[in-house]
Every structure is written in C-alpha cells, then in structure tokens.
Design a protein around this ligand. Sequence first.
Ligand code: ATP
Ligand code: MG
Length: 344
Amino acid sequence: MEVRVENVRKEFDRFPALHDVSLDIRSGELIALLGPSGSGKTTLLRLIAGLERPTAGRILFGEEDASDKSVQERNIGFVFQHYALFRHMSILENVAFGLKVRPRATRPPMGEIRRRAMELLDLVQLSGLEKRYPSQLSGGQRQRVALARALAIEPRVLLLDEPFGALDAQVRRELRKWLREIHDRTGHTTVFVTHDQEEALELADRLCVMSQGRIEQVGTPDSVYDTPASPFVFGFIGESSQLPVSLENGGVSLAGRPLGLAATGAPGAQRLFFRPHDVELVDDDAALSGTVATSRRVGGTRRVELELGGSEHRVEIDLPFDHPAVERSRIAFRPRRWALFPTA
Ligand SMILES: Nc1ncnc2c1ncn2[C@@H]1O[C@H](COP(=O)(O)OP(=O)(O)OP(=O)(O)O)[C@@H](O)[C@H]1O
Ligand SMILES: [Mg+2]
C-alpha cells in the first residue's frame, strides 16, 4: 500500500510539531524516519496511523483519502518502543488478539486464527513458547511477539516506533537483520522510526531525515550519506568535519589562502564540509594543513585531530592506524569529496 503525506501541518496548542510535511511512501518499501529527539518522527507516525488528526493537509492510502478514517479502518500494524503486551494473555493469545476482536463478518474461524498465530510465531522464531506469558520472556522475545501481533491483522502498513530502542546493542543487531528478512518475505510497506543511524543505514530502502518538524532530505542511504542536502544532514548522518571558508575567484580559500578546490557560485562566506575518512594526504603547500593536536585509534583507523590557522579551527581526519604520517606533527591533506554551504 502506497501512503502519501501531503502538506501536513500539526500543531499542539499552537506549537507546530510538523510544518508542511510531504512524503511519498512507496508500496512495499521500508523507509526509516531519522532525526533528533523532538523532530516530529512519532507525530508523523501517529498521523499516518490515525491516532492524530492533521491541523492542515491530508494523508492518502493509495488513491483514497484516509484523513477521516479511524485507526481500525486504516488497518495499520504498530509496534512501539515500550508497547506492552497483554500481561494476562498467553503469547498465542496476544498474537491472535487483533483477529479475535474483528467484527464477525471479517473474523476468521477460531481454527484459522490459531493456525495463523502459530505461523507468525514460527516466523518470529518463537515456536514452542506460545503457552508462556509475557513476563516469562526476555525483552527481545517480547519485541518479537509485539511484531507478530502487529503482523497478524495483515496490515496494509506497518509502523514501528523505535521498536528495539530498549534492547542492548547485540540483540538490536540480530533483530534488525531479522526484521529486514521478515520485511522481504511479507512485503509490507513499513515505516520505521529510529535514533540509530547505523540501524537506518543498514535496514532501510530509503531514509527520511527530519529536523525541527521538517523533512530535510529523503533518499537512499547511499545518496543521503554521499550527497547530504544541507549542513544539518551532513552533520547528523555520519561523521563530518567543517571549516569556515570563502569562495573567491572560482576556488575555495581559507583565511585568504586558496586551497586548490575549484568551485563555482556567488563569492562570499561558506562552510566547507567533508568526511574525516574521505581525505587524501598530499605534499602540497596550497592544501589544507594543520598541527596534530590529538590522535587516537578507533578500530582499524586512527582519528587525528588537526589544528588549523594557529589553533583557530579544528578538524578531524581518519588514517589507517599504522599510517606513517601519524608520527608527523604537521599533516597536509585535501578532501576527496566535499560540499559547500552558504554561511547562514
Ligand atoms: N501531545 C502533545 N502535546 C504537545 N506537544 C507535543 C505532543 N506530542 C508531541 N509534542 C511535541 O511535538 C514535538 C515533536 O514530538 P515527537 O514526539 O514527534 O518527536 P520525536 O521526533 O518522536 O522525538 P523522540 O526521538 O524524542 O521520540 C516535540 O516538541 C513534542 O514536545
Ligand atoms: Mg518519538
């Protein structure tokens, strides 16, 4: 099911939680909403679900305007970060719940409900635990039950709000892989909220990066990572270094000194962004060069902090951990890939 969010605004007591947000979610895709706390991710998810009404704009399911449809009519599957299971029901009863409470006309026979619930427990790898109660499961197992319960109603859209947020890193990684597999098998349109950019980059077909109630960029993980559309996205997704530079005579200069980076555009103050790992060391007086301030090993690389222009600016670059240059006190480099954004 395709979902279209059209020019949606949401205010809570005049406070705008979302400003004019538009997003096309494609049928069968797994899209991740990513952004800092308070950027409006949960609000957008609740609007899609029908738990909130937009102040302006509308939400379409396929060609159909869903704005006036109830949560049930939208046929949405949900999993929230702390979505409690029904404590007094067994695991099987929890998963079967959504089908059991359907109106008689659309409710499958009991035998069929049981069969489907067992099938889903198998899918989430919990076969054999159907008679247990939620208190007898681990956190990761409970989240899997929550997901099976959400899938049981054969939702048109699956909404997941930080479903693995409360779990430790190892379990998260396993559930992440496993969620991707389930998604590929069932083909549900899935909207997934996460704080964790590694999770989003690995899991999602597309990312939707949000900040302060606005969508900053939508695209594949590669395109968002490689060509961030704004300083916010550059700083938020992946590591970044930045320097205040100026654009003059068709090139980039730092404190009046040309850096050998050609660029077109209106002359003036700009910010230069690059990824610490995306630099090459050069032997060139015109390049960026700085004094090594700190250097520490992070896994297979060495992160070197350089001071430029006296100690006015600091940037980070990554080198292979055993690179001979880390012994030097001064390093000259050039970003391989970089972007300029006008100074706000
Ligand atoms: N029911 C509400 N009443 C008033 N303000 C609200 C309500 N729900 C959300 N807000 C505000 O709207 C903004 C967006 O909130 P939202 O919960 O969508 O953020 P989020 O991106 O999900 O953040 P987090 O990552 O912390 O979950 C916040 O400033 C929040 O305080
Ligand atoms: Mg939230």
